[in-house]
Design a protein around this ligand. Sequence first.
Ligand code: BES
Ligand code: MN
Ligand code: ZN
Length: 498
Amino acid sequence: MEFSIKSGSPEKQRSACVVVGVFEPRKLTLAAELLDNAARNHLSDIIRRGDMEGKTGSTLLLHNVPGTLCDRVLLVGLGKEKEYGDKEYCAAIRCAVKTLNETGAFDGSVFLTETTVKKRSAAWRVRQAALVARETVYRFDRFKSKNDKVRRPLRKLTFVVERRNELMVAEEALNQGHAIAEGMSFAKDLANLPGNVCTPDYLGEVAQKMAADHKIDCEILGHDEMSALNMHALLSVAKGSRQPPKLIVLHYKGGKSNEKPVVLIGKGITFDSGGISLKPAADMDEMKYDMCGAASVLGVVKAAALLKLPLNLTVIVPSAENMPGGAASRPGDIIHSMSGQSIEILNTDAEGRLVLCDALTYAARFDPETVIDVATLTGACVVALGHVATGLFANNEALARDLLNAGDEGHDRAWQMPLWDDYQELLKSPFADMANVGGRWGGSITAACFLSRFAKKYVWAHLDIAGTAWKSGADKGATGRPVPLLMHYLLERSQKLS
Ligand code: BES
Ligand code: MN
Ligand code: ZN
């Protein structure tokens, strides 16, 4: 789908469909009013008859509206004006795009981007509109032999801004929206792949190809190289699988050569059966999503490269498949991580932290400015925060604040959880430096505490995306989160640098 920006009045648009909003109850937005004036009260007459109350999620498609140059007018309900915020705005855009996609319109001029959203700028509205539009038309039908394609899909959307002097920033915002959407859709495509296709090998190939397309350096370490580096925590996870583990490393160099990189680490477990501590059968298929951290950080480099961000970015993906088998790690096994710290593996299903801890140790060699790891790490995080907020942990308050703000700006929110020392005791082991699990309570916190022991040398944050990386149920699928959060963090950083 193509996007463009324009300013102008709705009655003068030569378009297949002009989209304007109506607030509840029956209150025309500015653009709707302009149309109504040109159409000699055609719209207000219809509304008076009670066909469009303005409720969120409602639409009314009109043909042959007099006094206009467009084929159709789509009225979209925006809900009560007083309550109109982020959520309502995104819902209205989603509703408009869905309806346009189902009508015969090839293109649309969307005036919803002119409506005032609490605390948000015109640039935000345009960026978000592009993201939501792409999300609405996203399909994953690679494995369907008959794909029920939309007959005449929507090809082009024009977002209208109120004033000509907003055009420049709106263009820039649109460009950002496009890049973030590309990153998200790349992440979603990768994450939605089943475990028999998306193996650590495959993940490496995709990363390599994406890197080559964007002139990004890519290096992939195999079993022997990792063994030479003493990455026995990572390797212990792969032992039960036929699939060899990989450590994928990408360097995007958009900044000065002497500038320290931001390092992003993504958990890349291509399937998590739990290993010998086998998971129950129900919903185990969803553990193909245990590489969503990896998919999102790869999506972020892609988006950063598209925007030519003026900073250095390193991505590390520790990837393995967690399977039971004769060679698999056993509960009670003790291994030595790359850091030298020994770990008693009490539960082989707590494998994410094992692959991440060696990646965190490895990250230090790049002399990072900041390290952020992203992982579908704990079911406990889903219990705590549900499917709305990502769990955020950090050893630095300024970084935590920046990430929370970035999440707010990208409507991809995180919530900070404590990393207090009091929780560290739960990881005590009688036989090794630590156990890999901390017992029943505070599971997402003890997991983060475990990681913190490998991140002492730099400023670090951990994002637990177990509840936010994918959706279950009828519209099952990867969400592309937290690509928006991370991109807004990087955009903000780029602005500070330049
Ligand atoms: N990948 C899972 C976490 C997960 C579970 C994400 C459900 C999303 C939904 C992780 O590897 C895991 O199995 N964690 C265990 C840790 C426990 C053994 C301490 C968990 O959360 O149950
Ligand atoms: Mn697990
Ligand atoms: Zn896992």
